[in-house]
Design a protein. Structure first.
Length: 180
């Protein structure tokens, strides 16, 4: 143990510079932030639901919270309850075990509500579409506003899909969506 502590103590600190965000991403982030504020007039609240995915999409969604993408700084935040959400972000094919929970979350989300299918499995059922344990794609259970294809979709594609859902759903500047 002391050898390990000596090695830690003798290791020099890294002196390389912290990498800067790409200029293109900074411009995209500013555009997204302005779009959210123009559309909502406040933060966009998202409830993410895993309906039976392999967690590939969740890793990309978690990447949205890192300092590089910083979606909370863009005016988009994740909430713990569907009662506080404006948008449901669903990943994975809808499994039989998650069908009732997904429907309950959809019913608990206040009107007007938006639904986004993220990833190939949520859009089409993906690799699992013919499984006995899967109800099928999300659109067979709930009305879907936007589908974000990809296995898994990149964080930028997720952001673009979320904004497309808000614009397509008719979000007004008063912080509410117009009914479809």
């Amino acid at each position: 143990m002391w050898q390990l502590i000596r090695r830690f103590a003798s290791t020099p600190f890294p002196d390389e510079a912290v990498p800067q965000a790409e200029l293109a991403w900074r411009r995209e982030a500013q555009r997204i932030q302005q779009s959210v504020l123009d559309l909502m007039g406040r933060a966009l609240c998202i409830r993410q639901i895993d309906a039976g995915s392999c967690n590939g999409c969740e890793l990309e969604i978690h990447a949205l919270n890192n300092p590089y993408y910083n979606i909370e700084g863009l005016g988009i935040k994740f909430v713990a309850s569907p009662r506080h959400a404006d948008l449901l972000l669903v990943t994975g094919p809808v499994t039989l075990n998650m069908r009732a929970a997904l429907l309950a979350a959809y019913e608990a989300t206040p009107h007007p509500k938006l639904v986004v299918a993220a990833g190939e499995c949520a859009c089409t059922g993906g690799l699992f579409r013919d499984s006995y344990a899967v109800c099928g794609p999300l659109s067979s259970i709930l009305p879907v506003d936007v589908m974000i294809p990809g296995c898994p979709p990149s964080p930028v594609d997720l952001l673009r899909g979320i904004l497309a859902a808000c614009q397509q759903g008719g979000v007004t500047g008063t912080g509410a969506c117009r009914p479809r």
